[in-house]
Write a protein that binds this ligand. Structure first.
Ligand code: HEC
Length: 175
């Protein structure tokens, strides 16, 4: 839900922090590495590949969900409420919510992919509940995230790329 994330981010920036988006990005990624979130979580934008917590690129949590989880922890995750200020937690949460599932290296449409083909793939992904976004014909972060969820469910390599195995995984779920 790209829309919801964007709204959350705007509220955080204007309401609490008034940071420029580049300051937000720098602060958020710095906090993510300082707090060692990546030792347990995968997040491509932070080059993090931890596996003991959920993969944040796939989960694509809202900034509110990140802030709550970071503040209170729970179920195997430490609480950071005593270590990070609420402004730091807001910065971190807004950044994670913005970048999760948006690895810059995976949003280029595969070679030879026409808009019509993209629309067809998106419609199929939406019909089985993986794409939570309208069919646009544009190969963007939501499509890549949907493909990653499909790959995860199918037990194949989760790289967000479109290839024969991914096509077969999609076809088998449409039957
Ligand atoms: C020691 C390992 C560990 C560290 C370090 C860690 N987490 Fe987690 N995290 C977890 C586990 C385990 C869960 C799953 C908890 C559950 O099932 O409720 C989780 C859950 C989450 C969730 C999911 C919340 C939801 O909506 O389900 C988010 C977001 C998250 N962590 C963000 C972070 C951030 C940001 C940091 C760094 C400040 C961080 N985590 C540090 C282990 C960790």
């Amino acid at each position: 839900m790209k829309h919801r994330r964007t709204v959350g981010l705007a509220v955080t920036i204007t309401g609490a922090l008034a940071l420029s988006s580049s300051a937000l990005a720098a602060g958020g990624s710095q906090l993510f590495s300082q707090a060692a979130c990546g030792s347990c979580h995968t997040l491509a934008a932070a080059h993090a590949a931890g596996t003991s917590g959920p993969n944040l690129d796939m989960l694509q949590p809202s900034s509110g969900a990140v802030a709550g989880q970071v503040t209170y922890g729970g179920d195997g995750m430490p609480s950071y409420g005593g270590r990070l200020s609420s402004a730091q937690i807001d910065t971190l949460a807004a950044w994670v919510a913005t970048v999760a599932g948006h690895s810059a290296t995976t949003v280029t449409a595969p070679a030879g992919m026409t808009k019509a083909k993209v629309r067809a793939i998106q419609a199929k992904l939406a019909s089985i509940g993986y794409l939570h976004h309208s069919v646009t014909g544009t190969w963007g972060p939501s499509t890549v995230a949907a493909i990653k969820s499909l790959q995860h469910a199918a037990g194949i390599t989760v790289d967000g790329l479109w290839g024969p195995k991914t096509a077969a995984a999609l076809a088998s779920r449409l039957k």
